[in-house]
Unconditional design. Structure first.
Length: 145
């Protein structure tokens, strides 16, 4: 199982470590499902920083259109959580990134705890309507994958 995970995450271009906050826990003592949205946001923001050189200013206006999360195993306070993210699809006006959440246990064993897909749609800020992804932005996305 761990060999399959190692093979799966090898192709991911972006990895960040995400701290588990005590506030992320539910009454059962594991990370509540709502915290995953925050974790996905952290991974997505860092991904955008690396791909687009994003500094917080709106230049490429992709907004979240859809999020799917599969919860596979619980995460606990003190776990070492890593988010592996990569581009999985690019269309004319939208693109999809996938993130695999992995907990690293003592002895460096890896456990897949969740995976997700996020669809982002490019919009024109003036009209609020969908817009084509420019060739320059498309190139940046493709080059990172």
């Amino acid at each position: 199982m761990e060999k399959e995970l190692t093979k799966e995450i090898k192709s991911f271009t972006h990895i960040i470590k995400i701290p588990i906050r005590y506030d992320d826990l539910d009454t059962l003592g594991h990370v509540n499902n709502k915290a995953y949205l925050s974790y996905l946001e952290e991974a997505r923001i860092d991904f955008h920083k690396r791909v687009f050189g994003w500094n917080g200013k709106l230049e490429f206006n992709a907004v979240v259109a859809k999020i799917e999360i599969n919860y596979l195993r619980p995460i606990f306070y003190g776990d070492s959580l890593h988010a592996y993210t990569k581009l999985s699809h690019i269309g004319t006006k939208s693109f999809e990134i996938i993130t695999v959440f992995v907990v690293e246990k003592e002895g460096n064993s890896l456990i897949k705890v969740s995976d997700s897909k996020v669809v982002l749609v490019n919009i024109d800020l003036k009209t609020g309507k969908t817009a084509k992804i420019s060739e320059a932005e498309r190139e940046k996305l493709v080059n990172v994958s």
